[in-house]
Design a binder for this molecule. Structure first.
Ligand SMILES: Cc1ncc(COP(=O)(O)O)c(C=O)c1O
Ligand SMILES: [Zn+2]
Length: 397
C-alpha cells in the first residue's frame, strides 16, 4: 500500500486493539468495533505557513494527515469548497458572522465525495474488484463515481425513497443498483444478504470502512484555514450516521495536538424531529442512542434511526461544549427556501436541517452576539429541486 509516513494503522475505538492497514480492512476482528486510522503526530512537522503556501485545490493538500498519498489517490480534486458569508442570516441569527461551508461544489454534489475518495482508494490498494454499500442516496452516487474511476465494479443498495438524481447517476456511473422497498434499514438488510453471498465484495459502507470519516475530517481543516486560523464558535451539522461530525471532531483534536489551534469549536448536531435519536440521547444525558422505531422525515440523508457511532457523536457534542437540536420538516423546508431566496445558496432538505437548527439555536440564545457560526451545507439543493418546488406548490405558489 502507498501510505503516508506518519500513518500508523487502525485502532478499534471500543477495545483499543490495533491493526496494520494491510490486514485490518473493515471492523475490529476482536469485538466488531469501528476502526479509526491513527498517526504518529510527533512525526508530523507542519506549520500554518506550510498549508498556506499550497494551492487551495483539493482535500488531498492535507495528505500528511491522511492515510494515502495524493499521488496514489482515486481523486477528482474533491474538497477545497468555498466558505460563503451570509450577512442576512447573521442578522437573523443575531450573531457576528454566519458562513456556509458549501459542499455542494463537490464532483457529485455532496461531501460524500470526501469519504469515497479515501474509501475507494483503500479498496483499490487492497486490490478490490467490487465495492458495495447501502446508502440513503448521495453516498451511493459518490461510490459509483469513484469506483468507476478506479475500474472497480460498484453495488449500490438504495431505499425506494432515495432521490431521482441519486438513482439516475448510479446508473450513469455504471453502478449495479438495487432499489429496495421501504427505508434505509431495508436497503441495509438487502445489502447484508448480498454481502453474505459475495465474500469478494469490499464494503464502503458508513463506519464499516474505516476511511469515510477520515476523508470527511478535511472539512474542518479547510474551515479553520479559510477563517485564517480563527476557530469558529459553533459548527452546525446535519447529522445522520454522524460520519462528518466525528470526522471534524477528530480533525479539530488533531490540529490542536499539532499546535495549529488552541481550542476546538462547539459542534452541534442538527436533526429532524421525525428522526432525532442523537438529540434525544443528548437531552437525556445518555451515552448511546435508542433506535427510532418509526423514522419519518423528508430529509433522507439524516433519516438514520439507528446510528451505530452514537457514543462517538455524543462525545464530540459534549467534549466540545456543543449541543443537539431538532426542527420539523416544515421548518426545514422553509429554511432551505429562505436561504435560496435570500442568500442564493442551494441547500438540499437534509442540509437545510442545519440552517433550520441554527435558527432554532439562535432563538434559544445559544450563541453570543459576536459569534462566528459555520453551517455545513453538505450537498447541493439542485439534487432535490422537486422536493423544494413541491413545498412551494403546497403553499399555492
Ligand atoms: C446531504 C447529506 N447531509 C448529511 C448526511 C448525513 O451524514 P453523516 O453520516 O455524516 O451524519 C447525508 C447522508 O446521507 C447526506 O446525504
Ligand atoms: Zn475491538
Amino acid at each position: 500500500m502507498e501510505t503516508t509516513d506518519a500513518f500508523a494503522g487502525l485502532e478499534c475505538i471500543d477495545c483499543g486493539e490495533t491493526f496494520d492497514a494491510e490486514e485490518g480492512t473493515h471492523r475490529c476482528d476482536g469485538c466488531g468495533g469501528i476502526l479509526d486510522p491513527t498517526y504518529d503526530y510527533d512525526a508530523i512537522d507542519l506549520e500554518r505557513e506550510d498549508f498556506e503556501s499550497r494551492p487551495f485545490d483539493s482535500m488531498w493538500r492535507y495528505q500528511e494527515l491522511l492515510p494515502f498519498t495524493r499521488e496514489s489517490a482515486v481523486t477528482m480534486d474533491e474538497g477545497a469548497t468555498p466558505l460563503v458569508d451570509c450577512a442576512k442570516l447573521a442578522d437573523q441569527l443575531g450573531v457576528g458572522r454566519v458562513v456556509f461551508k458549501d459542499e455542494g461544489r463537490n464532483p457529485t454534489g455532496t461531501f460524500k465525495d470526501r469519504g469515497q475518495t479515501v474509501a475507494v482508494t483503500a479498496a483499490s490498494q487492497h486490490g478490490a474488484s467490487d465495492v458495495a454499500l447501502a446508502s440513503a442516496g448521495n453516498a451511493g452516487q459518490a461510490a459509483a463515481a469513484y469506483a468507476g474511476r478506479a475500474d472497480i465494479d460498484s453495488h449500490v443498495f438504495l431505499p425506494a425513497r432515495a432521490g431521482f438524481t441519486n438513482k439516475a447517476m448510479v446508473n450513469v456511473h455504471g453502478g449495479d443498483m438495487t432499489v429496495v422497498g421501504g427505508r434505509i434499514g431495508d436497503a441495509g438488510a438487502a445489502y447484508d444478504d448480498a454481502m453474505a453471498e459475495h465474500d469478494d465484495w469490499y464494503s464502503v459502507k458508513t463506519f464499516v470502512t474505516p476511511y469515510r470519516h477520515e476523508g470527511k475530517k478535511t472539512m474542518l481543516y479547510e474551515i479553520i484555514e479559510q477563517l485564517e486560523w480563527e476557530v469558529p464558535d459553533a459548527i452546525v451539522y446535519p447529522t445522520g450516521g454522524g460520519v462528518g461530525i466525528v470526522g471534524m471532531y477528530k480533525a479539530a483534536r488533531e490540529f490542536e495536538q499539532l499546535g495549529l489551534i488552541d481550542e476546538i469549536p462547539a459542534f452541534y448536531a442538527a436533526q429532524a424531529t421525525g428522526c432525532q435519536p442523537i438529540v434525544e440521547a443528548f437531552e437525556a444525558g445518555k451515552d448511546r442512542h435508542d433506535p427510532v422505531e418509526y423514522p419519518d422525515t423528508i430529509c433522507g440523508g439524516i433519516e438514520i434511526p439507528d446510528p451505530g457511532a452514537s457514543p462517538w457523536i455524543l462525545e464530540a457534542l459534549r467534549e466540545s461544549d456543543g449541543g443537539a437540536v431538532a426542527t420539523d420538516d416544515e421548518e426545514i423546508l422553509e429554511a432551505a427556501i429562505a436561504v435560496a431566496k435570500g442568500e442564493g445558496l442551494e441547500m438540499a432538505p437534509t442540509c437545510a436541517a442545519a440552517a433550520s437548527g441554527a435558527w432554532e439555536l439562535g432563538d434559544r440564545g445559544e450563541f453570543d452576539e459576536d459569534a462566528t457560526v459555520v453551517i455545513l451545507n453538505t450537498g447541493t439543493g439542485n439534487k432535490d429541486a422537486d422536493v423544494l418546488r413541491s413545498h412551494l406548490m403546497g403553499k399555492g405558489i
